[in-house]
Design a protein around this ligand. Structure first.
Ligand SMILES: Nc1ncnc2c1ncn2[C@@H]1O[C@H](COP(=O)(O)OP(=O)(O)O)[C@@H](O)[C@H]1O
Ligand SMILES: [Mg+2]
Length: 315
């Protein structure tokens, strides 16, 4: 299937000479929730600003639903809704007028039914006559989303939708984003919260220092890069590791009542059988065994460190 967004060889060097993006290639599939995950300053806002045609790329090409973002700006932009990172919400206007006006900016004929539909969907209907200034922070964010959806785009960008938002509101926001996807909207969100990517995304792209270091299905990512840990609950407490067990990647935990064995899920041989045999030979009995997968958090931290290490070796 043709990607709904295609980013090919996109680089950005700002006027001051700083290179914020190297050469980014990325395809977004129709109907997915894609999370662009990376630390502050990684280039997330730069990348989505280029895709939305707000910032010009230094190199490369972007198409949205087949339209070139530079050559066919209006056609491409009409497919896209953007909720920017910085919210501009000091308005005396009502919710209804603000959202209706946004639609007009895209040259679309008024469509009160559509405006009503999105206000209802975002639980803003009973606030339609309120002035934006009078709304709570969470409601203001919803208005920004309603504005971005006012011209019926099929692709919605959310730049750090939950930065600085409390936990409850964050859950609300996630609920809402899922609801939008069910209505057929493709969603690209940026975040520096691993939890958010883990919770929301179908696919995750990790960006660091202007480079997309990885793009993967969330589940595959967690499986492929994940290390597993096997926790062995010992029958008898130990104070140190017997010499014969030192060749295994083992840590003593729970005051010597547990051994934790870390292994790579990608390797053909996990080494568990050998380890259990060695324990047996040492006369170490165990009460229980259980294994756990490492979280996306650990994967992310190790990826970001890895690319930093590579940079240091390169420079
Ligand atoms: N207009 C600009 N001029 C110069 N540098 C910029 C500009 N905008 C962003 N940058 C720099 O580019 C890098 C990436 O910024 P940004 O895309 O905002 O990252 P993120 O959204 O991931 O936090 C940062 O180092 C930032 O300081
Ligand atoms: Mg940003």
């Amino acid at each position: 299937m043709q990607p709904i967004i295609s980013v090919a060889g996109v680089g950005k060097t700002y006027a001051g000479g700083f290179t914020a993006l190297k050469s980014v290639d990325l395809d977004i599939h129709s109907g997915e929730i894609f999370a662009l995950l990376g630390p502050n300053g990684a280039g997330k806002t730069t990348l989505i600003s280029i895709i939305c045609g707000i910032v010009n790329a230094t190199s490369g090409r972007v198409t949205a639903d087949g339209n070139d973002i530079q050559q066919d700006f209006r056609a491409a932009r009409s497919k896209i809704g953007l909720v920017p990172q910085e919210l501009s919400t000091d308005s005396f206007e009502s919710v209804w007028n603000t959202v209706s006006f946004s639609r007009g900016l895209f040259g679309k004929a008024p469509n009160p039914q559509h405006i009503e539909k999105i206000l209802r969907q975002l639980s803003l209907w009973d606030k339609k006559d309120s002035k934006i200034m009078a709304l709570s922070g969470g409601m203001k964010r919803r208005v920004m989303i309603a504005k971005a959806l006012s011209h019926e785009p099929s692709i919605l960008f959310l730049d750090e939708p939950t930065a600085g938002v409390d936990v409850e509101l964050r859950r609300d926001m996630w609920e809402m984003v899922r609801g939008l996807r069910e209505n057929g909207v493709t969603i690209i969100l940026t975040t520096h919260y691993i939890e958010e990517a883990e919770e929301m995304a179908d696919r995750i792209g990790v960006i660091n220092h202007g480079e997309l270091v990885l793009v993967e299905e969330k589940h595959e990512l967690m499986q492929k890069l994940g290390k597993k840990q096997l926790t062995i609950h010992l029958q008898n407490q130990i104070s140190e590791l017997p010499e014969e067990l030192k060749k295994f990647d083992l840590d003593i935990a729970d005051e010597g009542n547990q051994l934790i064995y870390t292994f790579d899920t990608q390797r053909e041989h996990t080494g568990i059988a050998t380890l259990l045999r060695a324990l047996n030979q040492q006369g170490m009995e165990f009460k229980d065994l259980h294994s756990s997968e490492s979280s996306l958090e650990e994967i992310f931290v190790s990826l970001v460190h890895q690319s930093q290490d590579e940079r240091q070796t390169a420079g």
